[in-house]
Design a protein around this ligand. Structure first.
Ligand code: PLP
Length: 518
């Protein structure tokens, strides 16, 4: 990751020289005027002001840019919860096969039987792993899976005439922020349930808040501090005694795959994140999928379309006509169906025994790293974990003024992706570390060494890290809220004009922000 010396921050526009180029495209043979091909109102007044460069300069420009990325192919990614797990190239290639890629859901069903069969089998696998019989592949991501499942729960209670009464969704304080957000969007009130000193659901607080208004309790198990909550059976029982439902946030399924089935623990509905658990590559926010699995009595409310069979044994997309109680669509069709294809490939390649090894190895690896670093970075919720653990940099913050944020930044200098920081909220100065099952012992040990060594570095240096990346400490809030996505020519010609007679392009940063979507 040592790019500082080699990085060129010049834009293609600034590298441009009039007339420069390598490949000249042959002239278009069509002699019709352009307006015959493109309606006049869509034609620009002048040709676009494109940069002119030699082909290799363009290739090198983009290759250099791409090498600035942190990538699972180049770097260890101990990012808790949303970790890039395992993205085998084989799955990429298979998901890109034309017969799977070049499809449209409005094609005649007879022409997409293979894809429908694959999706049907994915539904079956996910149901089997969940121990819950009915599956919808419809939602777009984990968060939308939560929302969809809560809409299914709401439809179920509406059918029972309990809408007025069942207005609360209980959410632990260690939950991912999408849980209360989904509950709110689905029309429920959110009630926070505390964690106890062990990092598990505080049973006393849970029972105190579980009244006849409770509709659903959302649990993440293992939870976001990386602990399996063995109270889940008791929790499920208490909910069911009151006619309420238990929801599992399945983001951490990679810790329990094949070891235990959520349905057997009393879970009534859950979502999967195939992009976390089943090899869908994700970064920069997508693409994802958020299939949900539910108990049989909730099946009628699942969204449509669903994949089903016709009388002849063929596959078809079932609609609202087949499922009159369905909540309908929460999006178009199956969205990025390629994510589900990768999940299919992943599950099929591992098989039942292989999936058990995945979860076992994920847990072993996380415990190994925990053991290596805990003396430097205390882990408030115990000496053991599942697939991830949450260490605290509070001691270092007090003694040396180095915060979790600084440590995360410093790791970049050593070529490691930063862990998740400041989440979950119940651990001060949280560093959430998830090594995943696919990393070697040597990688884990090297990472632990670096992490520990940062604690002994000059605090001033750590507070100014990263020192080797192209950008140091951007203002992340402004970058997120007011992204500058466009470069403009300077308003004033003159001093900024370049030798080739074109005015140089300058960033609008700080002067005249060109806001897109803001
Ligand atoms: C990632 C995550 C979510 C949200 O899932 P997306 O697929 O990112 O929408 C919900 N809960 C937990 C615990 C997560 O880690």
């Amino acid at each position: 990751m040592n790019h500082a010396a080699s990085v060129s921050d010049r834009l293609l526009f600034e590298k441009s020289r009039p007339g420069r180029g390598t490949i000249v495209a042959p002239p278009v043979e069509d002699s019709r005027p352009l307006t015959d091909l493109i309606p006049a109102e869509f034609l620009a007044d002048a040709p676009p002001d494109l940069p002119e460069l030699a082909e290799l300069d363009v290739v090198r420009h983009y290759t250099e840019l791409s090498s600035r990325n942190m990538a699972i192919d180049a770097n260890f990614y101990p990012l808790g919860s949303c970790t890039m797990k395992y993205n085998p190239r084989r799955n990429e290639r298979l998901a890109g096969l034309p017969g799977l890629l070049d499809l449209h859901p409005y094609q005649d069903e007879s022409t997409i039987q293979g894809m429908l069969r694959l999706l049907d089998e994915v539904q079956g696998f996910l149901g089997e792993i969940a121990g819950l019989p009915a599956v919808s592949l419809h939602p777009a991501a984990g968060a939308q899976g939560e929302l969809t499942a809560l809409m299914v729960a709401a439809a179920y209670f509406r059918d029972r005439g309990e809408t007025k009464r069942r207005r609360k969704v209980l959410v632990p304080d260690s939950a991912h922020g999408t849980n209360p957000a989904s509950a709110h969007l689905a029309g429920f009130e959110t009630v926070t349930v505390k964690s106890d000193h062990r990092g598990l659901v505080d049973l006393a607080d849970f029972h105190a808040k579980l009244d006849d208004h409770a509709a659903v309790f959302m649990i993440t198990n293992p939870n976001t501090v990386g602990l399996f909550d063995p109270q889940i059976v008791e929790i499920a029982q208490a909910l069911h005694d009151r006619g309420a439902l238990l929801y599992l946030d399945g983001a951490n399924m990679n810790a329990i795959l094949g070891q235990v089935r959520p349905g057997d623990m009393g879970v009534d509905l859950m979502h999967y994140n195939p992009h976390k658990t089943f090899s869908g590559p994700h970064g920069g926010g997508g693409p994802g999928a958020g299939p949900i699995a539910v108990r049989d009595f909730l099946a009628p409310y699942l969204p449509v379309p669903r994949v089903g069979r016709d009388e002849q044994g063929g596959y078809r997309l079932e609609t609202i006509a087949d499922h009159p109680k369905s909540i309908g669509r929460v999006r178009g069709f199956f969205g990025n169906a390629g994510v589900l294809v990768r999940a299919y490939c992943y599950i099929r390649s591992y098989g039942p025994e292989g999936l058990k090894n995945v979860s076992r190895d994920a847990v072993v690896n996380a415990n190994y790293v925990l053991a290596l670093v805990k003396d430097t970075y205390p882990v408030p919720h115990g000496e053991r974990c599942m697939h991830e653990f949450v260490a605290s940099a509070r001691g270092l913050a007090r003694e040396k003024g180095i915060r979790a944020f600084d440590i995360a930044k410093r790791l970049l200098d050593y070529g490691y992706h930063a862990p998740t920081v400041y989440f979950p909220l119940i651990v001060p100065e949280a560093l959430m570390i998830e090594p995943t099952e696919t990393e070697s012992r040597e990688t884990l040990e090297a990472f632990a060494e670096v992490l520990k060594s940062i604690a002994h570095e000059d605090p001033e240096l750590v507070k100014h890290a990263p020192l080797t990346t192209a950008i140091n400490r951007p203002d992340e809030v402004t970058a997120a809220k007011q992204p500058i996505l466009r470069w403009r020519r300077p308003a004033v010609e003159g001093g900024a004009s370049s030798a080739n007679g074109r005015s140089a392009l300058v960033p609008t940063a700080g002067r005249e922000p060109a806001l897109v979507g803001g």
